[in-house]
Design a protein around this ligand. Structure first.
Ligand code: ATP
Ligand code: ATP
Ligand code: CA
Length: 218
């Protein structure tokens, strides 16, 4: 049997989650109270239904607790998002991921049993800001409140140098975990690894160290 996911709220975020899940080959039940939204996704997902997710009976009838993972993608109506999450938790849904609108919303969601909370606008903003700050930084991922991982092009300043010569770990406290070179992937590079201009480095470090590293080789 295929894995089953349900997505509640078919705004841009929820809709995009639906499409990505379908691409991953799982079954997706899409739920929205707005009929036009449901029609928009009817041909994309496995099942699409019009329902108000704050109506416990409606969710019960959909057999929501049999779904492996439910994603609550209601953004602006925080009250509806909270109530929906509460009902899902009470109905015994095992894995619940909720899109948070702000930090207060997140605090409430944590208390009522959301297993995972996502902040797509905030996180995407942070990723894009890193890209804007340094022309070589392609992507940024926050690992904790102090550590991050960046994807950064080596650029001309690193070209034809080894990791020892650049002394990345000793001078910047950053670790090069992997190097993407075209289709090739060099995982856990050694100290004598030569860097080329077009290499994409995957670097883990404390935020301030990463920042110094970015600036030095920009
Ligand atoms: P976007 O991702 O486009 O920014 P958003 O996250 O801001 O969207 P909203 O537009 O607030 O989200 O809502 C997403 C969807 O959730 C809307 O299509 C709305 O109809 C649906 N929705 C809101 N409340 C409920 C509810 N109680 N039951 C079912 N669907 C709901
Ligand atoms: P150290 O004692 O300074 O940590 P080391 O014992 O790890 O060095 P080597 O592995 O030979 O010794 O590396 C020498 C230097 O090369 C490191 O200090 C570091 O600056 C750099 N280096 C080697 N590998 C990496 C890596 N994967 N990422 C970042 N820097 C590296
Ligand atoms: Ca929005």
């Amino acid at each position: 049997m295929k894995r089953q996911f349900a997505v509640i709220g078919l705004g841009r975020f929820g809709g995009s989650v639906c499409c990505a899940l379908i691409e991953q080959g799982v079954e997706v039940l899409a739920i929205d109270q707005c009929e036009a939204k449901v029609n928009q996704y009817r041909d994309v997902v496995t099942h699409a239904v019009v329902a108000d997710s704050t109506d416990e009976q409606a969710l019960r009838h959909l057999g929501i607790r049999n779904f492996e993972h439910v994603i609550v993608a209601i953004g602006d109506n925080i009250q509806a998002s909270i109530l929906t999450t509460l009902i899902l938790d009470e109905l015994g849904v095992e894995h619940i991921t909720v899109k948070a609108q702000n930090d207060y919303h997140e605090k409430v969601l944590v208390k009522i049993g959301a297993e995972r909370i996502v902040h797509p606008e905030r996180d995407m903003g942070a990723r894009i800001a890193h890209h804007l700050m340094s022309k070589n930084v392609l992507d940024y991922l926050e690992v904790s409140d102090k550590y991050s991982i960046i994807e950064m092009f080596a650029g001309s300043k690193m070209h034809a140098k080894t990791l020892v010569e650049l002394n990345v770990r000793a001078s910047f406290g950053c670790n090069v975990m992997a190097i993407k070179r075209g289709a090739e992937m060099i995982v856990s590079p050694k100290a004598d690894q030569l860097i080329q201009q077009d290499d994409l480095l995957i670097v883990l470090g404390a935020d301030e160290d990463i920042k110094r590293f970015e600036q030095m080789f920009d």
